[in-house]
Design a protein around this ligand. Sequence first.
Ligand code: SF4
Ligand code: SF4
Length: 303
Amino acid sequence: MGRLSGPLDDVTGDAGYAEHPPRMGFFTDTSVCIGCKACEVACKEWNSVPDDGYLLTGMSYDNTQELGASTWRHVAFVEKSSPSSVSVDLGMPGAGPPGVTLPSGEDQAAASGDNAITWLMSSDVCKHCTHAACLDVCPTGSLFRTEFGTVVVQPDICNGCGYCVPACPYGVIDIREEDGRAFKCTLCYDRLKEGQTPACAQACPTESIQFGELDELRERADLRLATLHEQGVDVARLYGHDPEDGVGGDGAFFLLLDEPEVYGLPPDPVVTTRDLVSIWKHVGAAAAALTGLGVASFLGRRR
Ligand code: SF4
Ligand code: SF4
């Protein structure tokens, strides 16, 4: 375990690799996501991830709802009503209770002010954090940093203790109930070793998911953000790209069209092991003080 918080230029070197390839990652530009879920399917197919039970929640068209042990990519469908948008009277008959005649062009939807729906689509994934608390707390070494700077679980040595689950500030890693071990996105480590693109990025038809060297992706994201702002899309923002943030920046970061909370992302995540060193220093000081007290009382009794 190297540094536990703060910016870190050479994540992979800090993990002990003397020579290594550049840090690789994902830039997910949600502004061009069409919600096709090709990424979810490609991930399941390549990694042999079991199905989620095909449950329809009745809450949304999004039937997978969140990342989990069997959902390593999750496309969120965020439905937003926009009461301020202008509606156009098409001269259609109004719908209403029997016997009640609504004024021309005024139907139930218009009367409620709920006259426009905006869809925000976003494909979420493990963030492959610069400071990955999941990895820091794993007692078996099942979680490790790869030579590409990504974070991978090795299920064959995972003992299912579950320490990594509350340690993750994003709620990504999870125990598969029927299996008892932890699973999450591996950023297709097996494909990276063969010089291939991860399955989700390969399958995305709109290039919403972009894979590559992290430094280059950050430059590309800055350009895309500037373009959107020039076009008047002032709500566009980057999430997880800043090495000064609470996790030292993410290996998988996003361009969002609203606040992170709208997409179910924490607004200001902090690596949960950040204060571990100072906690152990305090524990050490308290233990030394107790030992001193014990010795003093022993010597006092002998006099
Ligand atoms: S997002 Fe969570 S599971 Fe992924 S590397 Fe960071 S701490 Fe680990
Ligand atoms: S494949 Fe691309 S466009 Fe389709 S849901 Fe995933 S990120 Fe969005």
